[in-house]
Design a protein around this ligand. Structure first.
Ligand SMILES: Nc1nc2c(c(=O)[nH]1)N(C=O)[C@@H](CNc1ccc(C(=O)N[C@@H](CCC(=O)O)C(=O)O)cc1)CN2
Ligand SMILES: Nc1ncnc2c1ncn2[C@@H]1O[C@H](COP(=O)(O)OP(=O)(O)OP(=O)(O)O)[C@@H](O)[C@H]1O
Length: 199
């Protein structure tokens, strides 16, 4: 990636994170409910297996409503930062113990050996900073999701990858770096974008 492109991404990230944080509470509450309905209606919504969400922070759209309405066969998981800079996943229900990770985000307190690999998931919902209509995404810039799901460059779903965002995070087109892993779909409070047939 050129220095120019990296600088452009950083700038766009700042703008979009500010936009996401600026949304008023009433909008966020309604949006989380609408998002849950859309995630449950996905054409590939799993009825069983491990599904990954995230602990919303920094104005991210929340997943609690989705977690509560998941089919009984689905096990909700949260991401856990690995020493190898990849994410692993741990089942988590309200009340289960949490610890704060290096970014100050709560994660389940589990022995590394008990964690799930990304390839064991049926579906992963990831928080977006920005997205375009083809599922290209801008994340927090750490490359965590790109590294974790790099195997999706070579292998089909599952796990299905779904981006969650507010409408205001939609941008016209995002430049693609070689390592960027696109999502199969994006869900916002008002729309579902199927990205599986994009070029
Ligand atoms: N809710 C949530 N969980 C998540 C992510 C996320 O984006 N959202 N991640 C997605 O990758 C992973 C964690 N990755 C992250 C990467 C960078 C920053 C970050 O830059 N945070 C600060 C800097 C704080 C610091 O370094 O202490 C920032 O807000 O600028 C945060 C998380 C896994 N869990
Ligand atoms: N498969 C990979 N192997 C090694 N490094 C990677 C890989 N994928 C991404 N990275 C590194 O991580 C950084 C990710 O930058 P990028 O701007 O794409 O982040 P992002 O897409 O916003 O992050 P995330 O994937 O966490 O949402 C890059 O500097 C890149 O070098």
């Amino acid at each position: 990636m050129t220095d120019d492109l990296a600088a452009e991404r950083r700038q766009l990230r700042t703008v979009l994170r500010d936009r996401r944080r600026a949304l008023p509470p009433a909008i966020r509450i309604a949006a989380a409910e609408q998002l849950a309905a859309r995630l449950l209606m996905l054409p590939f919504a799993p009825v069983q297996g491990y599904v990954a969400g995230y602990w919303a922070m920094d104005g991210e759209i929340a997943l609690h409503a989705w977690q509560l309405k998941l089919p009984p066969g689905c096990v909700y998981c949260l991401p856990v930062l690995g020493d190898d800079e990849c994410l692993r996943f741990a089942p988590w229900r309200p009340g289960d113990p949490l610890v704060s990770n290096r970014f100050g985000i709560p994660e389940p307190d589990l022995a590394p050996a008990s964690l799930l690999e990304a390839s064991q998931l049926a579906m992963a919902v990831m928080p977006l900073v920005g997205f375009d209509r083809c599922g290209q995404r801008l994340g927090m810039g750490g490359g965590w999701y790109d590294r974790t799901f790099a195997f999706r460059h070579r292998a089909p779903a599952p796990p299905f990858l779904v981006g969650a965002a507010f409408d205001v995070q939609h941008v016209e087109a995002l430049d693609q770096a070689a390592w960027d892993v696109a999502v199969d779909a994006v869900c916002t409070e008002s729309s579902f974008i199927d990205c599986r047939n994009c070029p």
